[in-house]
Design a protein around this ligand. Structure first.
Ligand SMILES: Cc1ncc(COP(=O)(O)O)c(C=O)c1O
Length: 401
């Protein structure tokens, strides 16, 4: 039975892509954008751009007001206790690098950090490189057979030497929600700071950072239907106070002399240079749009499409789905057929999916794979998109086998 998306028409690029015979099933990489975002960008640039937090003139005051209103909207979206807990970065990657540099001074040789075996490179490499700089031990929490962090082992591995626990909320390869409440409670009890990579998790459902009880939570705007070049670092006030400044320049400074300077606290102290003003304002407009949707309807739509995707994959011979995906995406390989060949056949037929290591090389290697195909869904997808994918897959397999 055809399952339409009530929100498809809100995303003009979907129709444009369809005119180019493209079916977009790569939303975990980045999403298409709602008209509300395009309108906000056009309004900002069409009515007078200005730099924020420095000019006394009217355009500067208006830009600053719009920029700071977006900070309030992000704080409300995450249920942060205070807008000053929201730092704008250039993406989840830059937020995680900020943390790895900002917390570096807190480590002593022999200290430990814990990540999981399924982390995206963005939540692996900043910590790995910090470990190498400071002679720390990077502990990798193993997974169970479903692709979730194995809690029993994790609780053994996170101990009094663990200074930071940094884990994904939702895996970008396996589509599994991680057991955060138990992990975070244990890490906290051991005195570790907790960092959640919410790059995928933030896109599905609403998450309350106070309820999660994490010290830091990061995400990228572009995966949440917003513009690129904008990221968010949420930090508990006391946790933000632990961070050392890491990038220096305009905006973040309080007083500067030739030989010394003092710096602002968060958030502005961690937003050196001109921030992505239009992007931040655009993210605010995107959140307004998302907040206007019936969240239960979105959730039900995504769950139903996801079931359709999993059923379709299970029905096909030789398809092996990685882990037990719970939301929004599925990665798979096909026995006897090379990924690159499947990817090529799908691309030829206008199906936009992701193929490769998904920026998680150690995970794929641990699974004994060089790569996998990933289908990921956005709220604008409908069941016809999936049907076109399955038709293309069947046709491709017929040729390849
Ligand atoms: C789980 C996860 N973390 C971090 C990132 C990095 O996001 P960005 O490239 O927007 O900084 C991604 C992007 O794919 C991701 O899926």
């Amino acid at each position: 039975m055809f399952q339409p998306s009530p929100w498809r028409a809100d995303f003009p690029a979907i129709a444009a892509l369809q005119r180019q015979h493209q079916t977009y099933l790569d939303s975990a990489a980045t999403t298409q954008k709602p008209q509300a975002l395009l309108d906000a960008l056009s309004h900002y640039y069409g009515h007078g751009a200005a730099n924020v937090h420095r000019a006394q003139h009217l355009p500067g005051a208006l830009a600053t007001q719009a920029f700071e209103t977006s900070r309030d909207k992000v704080a409300a979206w995450l249920n942060a206790a205070d807008s000053r807990q929201i730092v704008f970065t250039h993406g989840a990657t830059s937020a995680l690098n900020l943390l790895a540099y900002g917390l570096e001074h807190r480590f002593e040789t022999g200290d430990e950090m814990a990540i999981s075996a399924l982390e995206h490179h963005a939540n692996l490499l900043p910590w790995q490189q910090l470990a190498r700089r400071r002679g720390l031990r990077l502990v990798v929490l193993p997974l169970d057979e479903h692709g979730r962090i194995d809690l029993e082992q994790a609780l053994q591995l996170i101990g009094p030497r663990t200074r930071v626990l940094a884990v994904s909320q939702l895996s970008n390869v396996l589509g599994t929600w991680q057991p955060l409440p138990a992990l975070l409670a244990h890490a906290r009890a051991q005195g570790a700071l907790t960092v959640i990579d919410g790059a995928q998790g933030v896109v599905h459902g609403r998450h309350d950072v106070q309820q999660l009880g994490c010290d830091f939570y990061v995400f990228s705007s572009h995966k949440l239907y917003g513009p690129e070049g904008v990221g968010v670092l949420y930090g508990r006030t006391q946790a933000l106070e632990l961070l050392r400044h890491w990038q220096f320049g305009g905006e973040m400074v309080q007083l500067a002399d030739y030989q010394s300077a003092s710096f602002r606290p968060a958030p502005l102290g961690f937003e050196a240079g001109t921030p992505p003003i239009a992007g931040v304002i655009g993210l605010g407009a995107t959140l307004d749009y998302l907040a206007s949707l019936d969240s239960h309807a979105v959730e039900a739509h995504e769950a139903s499409l996801h079931q359709h995707l999993l059923r379709g994959l299970a029905d096909r011979d030789g398809v092996r789905v990685l882990g037990t995906p719970q939301t929004a995406l599925a990665s798979f390989v096909i026995e006897g057929v090379h990924n690159a060949d499947i990817a090529h056949m799908l691309t030829e037929q206008g199906i936009a999916v992701r193929a490769g290591h998904h920026c998680a090389m150690p995970l794929l290697k641990g699974l004994g794979l060089e790569g996998a195909i990933r289908v990921s869904l956005g709220l604008y997808n409908d069941s016809d998109d999936l049907q076109r994918f399955f038709d293309a897959l069947d046709q491709g397999l017929e040729l390849l086998r």
